[in-house]
Design a protein around this ligand. Structure first.
Ligand SMILES: [Zn+2]
Length: 388
């Protein structure tokens, strides 16, 4: 087989943005053969990314959150089925690489951990729809890996409008729009699936919301809200997880009802344990869950930092009832202040809601990349990356 291999490497000066250390693209390499091509992006650190394809003309787009590329660098020249590689900067510090190509099969990207002389890198495999995917196969996750399930809970609903903005915006309506947008985007990500706890204008009790998430075997629970305050100047998003105090109060209830309570995730039953052991097991599960929730919430908040105004730069803790699953990482996202004029406009804008949803997806994805639940595509990709 005739193999065309051209490698273009460019080096960049590392720069550090004000809000932390972004990942730096150190080189972009392309190689191709008949019917397939591979583009490798060498990075200084792992980056959260999103890959998608557009048609007419066909191009494959890689968005790298919080990643920089300096201006003077050259990208790989056209070769074979790779017609051009371009770059651009998206709002919020996202670097976009666009590959124009004749290869029309679904592109695949894999984040690979350092090994040997190679550092962190993202490998994009492109193929033509009528060519067997020999290039991609090595990096493709084993079929049968399950999706991570994200339960999305739009707050309030029906008789409960939630907070109301000075322009008349109802929280229950805008959070449902955000929840739907979020579910849509999650559904488009490989390895992820969304479940909407509420998908219409009706009220659901808090414990029923939790029950539905458990019934869906959710790996994460996101409750979407908009905040309100008398002071109209206060604006921006906040993210909450359950407080230790809230967990303690809930533990008493779980223990009291443990004959009827469902098993904890991982099949741990409390019903057949004596009081002492049940207390210890529940306590361990709750502590681990708050810490997982905290890590996930930090990822989402980090991701917000680049695209939406943030009120509190740290994850907050409170006793919100809806966060009280002892074993599903849960967070409540106050997306904005509906009582602030600019925030209220943001909540009403499709584009702004899209930005918000995109940032939440990026944060959640980044959490699961680092903390993949067993048996999922995230776990499989991590295993492949470390054995590469
Ligand atoms: Zn609310």
């Amino acid at each position: 087989m005739r193999v065309v291999l051209a490698t273009v490497v460019f080096l960049l000066a590392a720069s550090v943005a004000a809000h932390g250390a972004p990942s730096v693209v150190e080189a972009v390499r392309a190689s191709s053969e008949a019917g397939s091509a591979r583009v490798v992006i060498d990075l200084s650190a792992p980056a959260t990314y999103k890959l998608f394809a557009l048609d007419n003309p066909r191009r494959v787009v890689l968005d790298l959150a919080d990643t920089v590329l300096t201006g003077t660098a050259q990208l790989p020249r056209a070769q074979g089925p790779v017609l051009a590689v371009r770059s651009g900067v998206q709002p919020g510090g996202t670097l976009r690489l666009v590959i124009e190509t004749t290869l029309d099969d679904e592109p695949r990207a894999t984040l690979v951990a350092p090994s040997g002389k190679e550092g962190h890198r993202i490998i994009i495999d492109l193929a033509s729809a009528d060519t067997p995917r020999t290039v991609a196969a090595k990096h493709a996750p084993r079929s049968g890996a399950r999706d991570v399930v994200i339960a999305i809970d739009a707050g309030h609903g029906g008789k409960d409008p939630g907070a109301i903005g000075h322009g008349g915006t109802q929280e229950k309506r805008v959070v449902l729009e955000i929840a739907r947008e979020l579910a849509d985007r999650i559904g488009r990500e490989p390895g992820m699936r969304a479940v909407l706890i509420r998908d219409g204008d009706y009220y659901i009790a808090h414990r029923e919301r939790i029950r539905r998430a458990r019934a869906a075997k959710a790996d994460m629970f996101l409750s979407i809200h908009a905040d309100a305050l008398r002071d109209r100047d206060v604006a921006g998003a906040s993210v909450y997880v359950l407080s230790e105090r809230g967990a303690t109060d809930e533990a008493a209830r779980w223990l009291a009802e443990r004959e009827n309570a469902a098993d904890l995730r991982g099949g741990v039953s409390l019903s057949d344990k004596d009081d002492m052991l049940a207390t210890v097991l529940l306590d361990l599960s709750q502590s681990a869950n708050i810490s997982a929730s905290m890590q996930a919430a930090e990822r989402v908040l980090d991701s917000f930092d680049k695209v939406v105004p943030v009120r509190k730069p740290r994850v907050q803790q409170a006793g919100f009832l809806v966060l009280k699953s002892p074993d599903i990482p849960s967070m409540l996202i106050e997306t904005a202040y509906i009582t602030n004029a600019a925030d209220e406009r943001r909540l009403r804008s499709d584009a702004q809601r899209g930005k918000l949803a995109g940032a939440i997806v990026a944060g959640v994805q980044s959490y699961f990349t680092r903390n993949p639940p067993e048996g999922t595509r995230f776990a499989e990709l991590r295993r492949l990356a470390s054995s590469d």
